[in-house]
Design a protein around this ligand. Structure first.
Ligand code: G
Ligand code: G
Ligand code: MN
Ligand code: NA
Length: 254
């Protein structure tokens, strides 16, 4: 309970921050960014969302927090749209199941896009398999409604949930994000390699972009390139960092 109260306070007292991690292509060219939530606790320092998102989901605090995340991401996207080096970057935002299934999500997003006058094609929503598979029919309708505005969708942590190929066939996704657990021991891990190769081939056959996350070494990236993967995210390219840091890195032409 104390943590719940602290989290409520964190939102009121602006202790939440969005950090941003770069996504790159085969020549390490910037493609996009993922927004990652951080709680800068006055005594405990940074707390990972892995530690407080489950609580936020349970308590319902995920709704105001999720809205804050979307609004903050849209403001950042607007700033990036104003510079040639960052203008074309997409921004991926993690959406929790509860937030996705809330009635006002679509109107919330429309309002934010209008307010900040953002190109909707640059906003990507990352959903997990468990979020997508709940209430399939309403999920598909809501995704289609958002896609009509221009929003794109990525399936996060792909391969770790109860992925059914039937669902993959029906959901209007744009991207599969291979979970970092499959990347971790590449290129040595032969089973992992076989799974990754299959995910990439299947994703492309379904006209989906495929991005590998948790890429930490050039060996991993080269191996993934040899399997036709064309988008990468991981510590090899950049750590999640505050927006100013990433902007400086990108505008310095690094
Ligand atoms: O950055 P880190 O590895 O600590 O993130 C841990 C988990 O928290 C990841 O699964 C990530 O998807 C999730 N996460 C990060 N930011 C957000 C956010 O803004 N909203 C939601 N719902 N989850 C997030
Ligand atoms: O579940 P989701 O994909 O949203 O969360 C991504 C998480 O992975 C973030 O918390 C981020 O900090 C972490 N992450 C990003 N790149 C790497 C990496 O190269 N290695 C490891 N171990 N974690 C990473
Ligand atoms: Mn994610
Ligand atoms: Na993920």
């Amino acid at each position: 309970i104390w943590l719940e109260r602290e989290l409520e306070k964190a939102l009121e007292e602006q202790q939440l921050e969005l950090h941003y991690q770069l996504q790159v292509g085969t020549n390490n060219q910037p493609l996009g960014v993922e927004a990652l939530l951080r709680w800068k606790h006055p005594e405990k320092g940074y707390i990972s969302p892995g530690q407080f998102i489950p609580l936020a989901e349970e308590s319902g605090l995920i709704l105001p927090i999720g809205h804050w995340v979307l609004a903050t991401a849209c403001k950042q996207l607007k700033q990036w749209e104003e510079h040639p080096e960052t203008r074309d970057l997409s921004l991926a935002v993690n959406i929790s199941a509860k937030q996705f299934h809330k009635n006002d999500l679509v109107s919330q997003i429309k309002t934010l896009l209008d307010t900040y006058r953002i190109n909707p094609h640059l906003l990507k929503l990352e959903l997990t398999e468990s979020a997508l598979l709940e209430q399939m029919e309403t999920t598909i309708l809501k995704m289609l409604e958002l896609k009509q505005i221009g929003i794109t969708f990525s399936m996060d942590d792909f391969g770790t949930g109860y992925s059914s190929l039937q669902y993959l066939k029906r959901l209007p996704l744009d991207q599969l994000k291979i979970d970092q657990s499959f990347i971790k021991d590449l290129p040595k891990d032969r089973e992992g390699a076989a799974i990754v190769e299959t995910i990439i081939a299947m994703g492309h056959a379904l006209q989906l972009e495929v991005i590998a996350e948790g890429v930490e070494t050039t060996e991993q990236q080269d191996f993934l390139i040899s399997m036709e993967c064309r988008a990468f995210q991981g510590f090899l390219f950049s750590r999640p960092q505050p927006g100013e840091g990433l902007t400086a890195q990108l505008t310095a032409g690094v």
